[in-house]
Write a protein that binds this ligand. Structure first.
Ligand SMILES: [Zn+2]
Length: 250
């Protein structure tokens, strides 16, 4: 372990396998990129996993003639396929307009409701403090999910949600693509599931997947990039393959 990471690693690697996990991503495929291998490992060990996708993914095409409604429908099907690969039991899509997400009280209330309803031990989402994070939806989702964690514990936040749902606070929050990682999940042996889940998002072939929908060679190059990224993430703490997170214990 390098000196740099010795200070940062103030939270141990590998959480105990949670009973329930809620993963909140801005778009279809974000959860798979950020935490797909960890989620698959947990699902295999019995964790009940819910994927919550905040936007409809309707701007996820580089084709100027694409119909946003058709794009959104296709991405919803792809998300269901990917969820099945990961072993997630539930997929919830909130259908906010892709690319236009803002940190509103309505979004905070909605995410708070799902935290209370699903009562996750671990909540995973975007790191909204990741420096130079360009995508507004990623920032808004990360901030709103964390604001929802604060609200979900205390009954005077959004009291109209009770008694249908009960207050709840997750034991841990993991932020993926972290600005400063302090926690690593060992995903050796689980990367192929992550790659398979990502390839379900074939509408993203030309963008996220780097042409993987066009030929086998590019698909193989994409898979290699995922493996390389996991190897790089694990290297500072001596793991062959890892997903790195900022862990917050609320
Ligand atoms: Zn995204």
């Amino acid at each position: 372990m390098s000196d740099l990471y010795e200070d940062l690693r103030d939270e141990p690697e590998d959480l105990p396998v949670p009973e329930t996990a809620l993963c909140i991503g801005a778009h279809p495929d974000d959860a798979e990129i950020g935490a797909g291998a960890t989620l698959t490992r947990w699902a295999d060990a019995g964790t009940t996993i819910a994927l919550l996708v905040v936007t409809d993914g309707s701007k996820g095409s580089w084709d100027p003639n694409a119909d946003p409604t058709t794009v959104a429908e296709r991405r919803r099907l792809e998300q269901n396929e990917a969820a099945a690969v990961l072993g997630a039991r539930n997929t919830i899509v909130l259908n906010y307009i892709d690319g236009e997400l803002e940190c509103t009280m309505a979004l905070r209330a909605e995410l708070c409701y799902w935290v209370r309803r699903l009562q996750p031990d671990v909540l995973l989402t975007h790191d909204p403090w990741q420096r130079y994070q360009l995508h507004p939806d990623h920032r808004a989702t990360g901030f709103s999910a964390l604001d929802a964690v604060v609200a979900a514990r205390d009954p005077l936040f959004f009291p109209e949600q009770m008694p249908e749902v009960e207050p709840h606070r997750p034991e841990a929050v993991l932020l993926w693509s972290p600005d400063e990682p302090n926690h690593w999940e060992d995903v050796s042996g689980w990367l192929e599931h992550k790659i398979t889940a990502l390839l379900c998002h074939s509408s993203q072939g030309k963008s996220t997947l780097g042409g993987a929908d066009e030929d086998q060679e590019r698909a193989a190059a994409f898979a290699d990039r995922i493996r390389l990224s996991a190897a790089r993430a694990g290297a500072p703490i001596g793991l062959a393959a890892a997903e790195a997170f900022r862990r917050i214990t609320p």
